[in-house]
Design a binder for this molecule. Structure first.
Ligand code: ZN
Length: 285
C-alpha cells in the first residue's frame, strides 16, 4: 500500500543549502507537508523561541530534533561538556515540541583538530553507553524521548560507533528496559538497509515500544561520497516499501522523514526538491 501523503516529513538537512529554517517552514506549508525535523544550527540561527513559534504556527509535527550525541571524548572534562550540551539539546527539543531527540552517538575520541586519538572502539562504545545513561535522567524528567540512530559502519570512527539496530536495541535493553518511551531508536533506511537482521530487530524494537522515527532516502550505486551522496527515494537500491512494511507491522505509526544529504539535490531549486520528495514518497517509499 502506498503511504498516505500526510505521513511525509522533511528533515531540514535536505534543503539546508537553499533555504533558512524560516524559508523551509514556509515552503513546507506551501507544499502541504505536515512534518519537519530541524537541526540545531538552523534553530540557533533563527533563535529557539522564534523557531518554536514559527513551526507551531505552521502546524508542523516535529518528527525529531537533530541532534544530540557525540558522547566520546579524550578526557572526563570533554565527556562532561558533551553531556551538558546534550542536556541543552533535550531542553531545546522540548521547546520545539519534538517527538524525540535523535542521538548520533559519536565515534572514536578525537583531538581538538578532529583527528582520532584512539583505536579502542570498545572504550568508545562504553563512553556512549555511560553518556546515554547519564543523559537519561534529564531526558526522563523533561519527558523527551531519546532516539539512538545506528549509523552505517563506514561512520564508526568519526560519527557513530553504534552501527546496527541490534546494538541499539541492546543499549536500550541495558539502560532503559521496559521504558521505550524514554529511550528508543531512530531507524534510518540509509544506515541499516543492508542488515540481514533488520526485520527481526525492527520487530524487537516495536515490541519494546521504542520505534521513535523512520528516516528515508536511497542508496545510490555507485555512491561517490560517504556523507553527501544520498539518493532520492526511488533512485537507488533500498526496498523502502518493504522496510516501511516491517516498521508498520512492528507498530510504527509516526511520519516518514526524508533526510537527504546530497550535493546534487542541494544544487536543485528547493521547490523542485519538495515536489520530488512528495512524488517519490508516494510512488517509491
Ligand atoms: Zn537519519
Amino acid at each position: 500500500m502506498r503511504p498516505a501523503p500526510d505521513r511525509l516529513s522533511i528533515n531540514t538537512a535536505t534543503l539546508r543549502a537553499q533555504w533558512s529554517l524560516a524559508e523551509i517552514v514556509d515552503g513546507l506549508a506551501r507544499h502541504g507537508i505536515h512534518g519537519i525535523a530541524p537541526w540545531r544550527d538552523q534553530v540557533a540561527n533563527l533563535g529557539l523561541a522564534a523557531s518554536a513559534a514559527r513551526i507551531r504556527d505552521a502546524g508542523l509535527t516535529v518528527t525529531g530534533y537533530c541532534r544530540g550525541g557525540m558522547f566520546p571524548a579524550i578526557d572526563a572534562a570533554g565527556r562532561a561538556a558533551a553531556l551538558d550540551d546534550n542536556r541543552r539539546a533535550v531542553d531545546e527539543a522540548v521547546a520545539l515540541g519534538a517527538r524525540c531527540l535523535v542521538l548520533v552517538v559519536g565515534g572514536l575520541p578525537k583531538d581538538p583538530r578532529g583527528a582520532p586519538v584512539s583505536r579502542d572502539l570498545g572504550a568508545a562504545r562504553g563512553m556512549v553507553r555511560d553518556g546515554i545513561g547519564a543523559l537519561l535522567e534529564h531526558a526522563r524528567a523533561a519527558r523527551m524521548p531519546l532516539a539512538i540512530e545506528p549509523l552505517h559502519p563506514m561512520y564508526a570512527a568519526d560519527r557513530a560507533c553504534v552501527n546496527t539496530l541490534a546494538q541499539a536495541n541492546d543499549l536500550c535493553d541495558e539502560l532503559a528496559p521496559s521504558d521505550g518511551a524514554a529511550l528508543g531508536v531512530a531507524v534510518d533506511a540509509y544506515h541499516v538497509w543492508w542488515d540481514p537482521a533488520l526485520e527481526r530487530e525492527i520487530a524487537r524494537a516495536g515490541r519494546a515500544g521504542r520505534l521513535h522515527a523512520w528516516h528515508i532516502c536511497d542508496w545510490l550505486v555507485p555512491t561517490t561520497d560517504l556523507l553527501n551522496d544520498r539518493g532520492m527515494m526511488g533512485d537507488g537500491v533500498i526496498d523502502l516499501p518493504r522496510i516501511r512494511g516491517w516498521m508498520e507491522a512492528a507498530g510504527y505509526e509516526g511520519l516518514h522523514e526524508v533526510e537527504i544529504f546530497s550535493t546534487r539535490w542541494w544544487a536543485e531549486d528547493a521547490d523542485r526538491v519538495l515536489d520530488t520528495c512528495r512524488a517519490r514518497h508516494r510512488d517509491a517509499s
